[in-house]
Design a protein around this ligand. Structure first.
Ligand code: PFF
Length: 441
């Protein structure tokens, strides 16, 4: 895959786009509730440690592979590794994001629907918010919103790397920052918000369990969009003079700051209205609408919150669609436009049974899990850690030119290689055993 100029990022555009990929539902939806379940700030500290010891080394590895291979996520391994055995490993880096795209876009649709609901004033104080959510996912509306989301995502990706992905992220990431700060100021000035802030920021180490450590590790990995072929693909669009080490640090810091501010919105808001912060995944679609509906100007703040959530989800989905698109362009020689619409179309169709399995078609599931939950489980808990293991083994043991490609000084390179060889694989293996259910506490 030759990479023409319009298919490359500028230096700043690359960092912003990688942050846009990293900051997604994981930061605003998942991070607050797992923090709530694992003892607040003590978990937050653990998360930072996991970002440093596992996240950043892998992030740098994926970027270095992508930039040296200058190919799709599937072929960079084959190009750099030489052996044919890497072909399957490469294909996994394209299959996994395709599957994630199928269900993630369903949730992007929910966020858009809730933004409209909130702004239209339909989320009134005292409503049965659990019932509203159930009613919504039980009907056909999620499919309409899924289609709208897919078209929006496709429209951005069709415009290319610099004219689409980078251009939109340059607008959307600062917009998200403004929304986050605005909502944070609203949240921390609510009566009784202090209890939420201290729950989030006062470390309670007695709540930490070995399980929390694995949850934090898995989330650090997911939150940086690792194992999804995204950074391999984006790496191919990065200028060869850009320093990858500082870029990786900036991306990790950006991800952390957005997660921190999201926590400072969610906890004070829920605590202020007496809602438990550890309600699991339904927190954002049930507990938060309840809280927003009860506050002055709640229509405005609730609407803005869901716009924020929708932007976070959309910009991550953009990055994940680019992975199979780059692959299709390279493999079949399709134009960008053709690749985008064919892949978006197939992924939309595959996503329909997933969306319906949560509502009117519960028979689309087995062993007590819906089809949606199975695909989420298969990708997040099995395929992602396996992909991470492949990247770390490839870079740590197999790829002779990793040091040169990452552009690190020799001391940093030795530290990086040590992590990739002896620390990251062991920890990723533990995460895999835990998330697949083989390791129990
Ligand atoms: N880092 C992203 C998040 O936190 O939501 C992970 C992600 C998921 C990226 C799904 C892209 C995607 F389509």
């Amino acid at each position: 895959m030759g990479v023409p100029k319009e298919e490359r990022f500028s230096k700043g555009g690359f960092i912003l786009s990688a942050i846009a990929s990293a900051v997604g539902l994981g930061n605003i939806w998942k991070f607050p509730y797992i923090t709530g379940e694992n003892g607040g700030a003590a978990f937050f500290l653990l998360f930072i440690i996991c970002l440093l010891i596992v996240g950043l080394p892998l992030l740098l590895a994926e970027l270095a592979i992508g930039r040296s291979g200058r190919a799709s996520a599937a072929s960079s391994f084959v190009k750099l590794g030489g052996g044919r055995g890497w072909r399957a490993a490469g294909l996994l880096q394209v299959l996994t994001p395709f599957l994630i795209l199928c269900f993630y876009v369903v949730v992007v649709g929910w966020t858009l629907h809730y933004a409209v609901l909130a702004f239209s004033g339909s989320l009134r104080a005292g409503s049965d918010f659990g019932g509203i959510f159930k009613h919504f996912i039980g009907g056909y509306m999620p499919i309409i919103w899924q289609a709208v989301s897919m078209v929006l995502i496709g429209w951005i990706v069709v415009k290319g790397v610099s004219g689409g992905i980078e251009r939109f992220n340059k607008i959307l990431i600062p917009s998200m920052a403004v929304l986050l700060v605005l909502l944070m100021i609203r949240a921390v000035t609510l009566p009784g918000a202090g209890a939420g802030v201290s729950f989030f920021l006062n470390p309670d180490f007695s709540q930490l369990t070995p399980e929390s450590a694995l949850v934090a590790l898995g989330h650090a990995f997911f939150s940086l969009s690792l194992g999804m072929g995204i950074l391999l693909t984006y790496g191919a669009y990065v200028d060869k003079r850009q320093s990858l080490g500082p870029a990786a640090l900036a991306i990790g810091a950006g991800d952390l700051i957005y997660a921190l501010i999201a926590g400072l919105i969610i906890f004070p808001t829920t605590f202020s209205f007496g809602i438990a912060p550890n309600e699991g995944p339904s927190l954002v679609f049930i507990a938060l609408p309840a809280a927003f509906s009860a506050m002055p100007l709640g229509t405005l703040f609730g609407g803005l919150f869901f716009v924020l959530l929708a932007i976070a989800a959309l910009t991550s989905a953009v990055s994940i669609l680019e992975v199979p698109v780059a692959f299709a362009k390279e493999k079949w020689g399709w134009s960008r436009t053709k690749s985008v619409w064919i892949i978006a179309g197939i992924s939309f169709v595959c996503g329909i049974p997933l969306a319906l399995s949560l509502g009117m078609r519960p028979e689309l599931g087995f062993l007590g899990k819906s089809l949606f939950d199975w695909i989420d489980f298969l990708t997040s808990n099995i395929l992602l850690p396996v992909s991470g293991l492949i990247v770390t083994i490839f870079t740590g043991f197999y790829w002779k030119k990793a040091g040169e490609a990452a552009g690190l000084s020799s001391a940093w390179f030795r530290a990086w290689l040590f992590m990739l060889r002896y620390i990251v694989p062991v920890l990723m293996l533990l995460v895999l055993l835990y998330t697949s259910g083989l390791l129990k506490f």
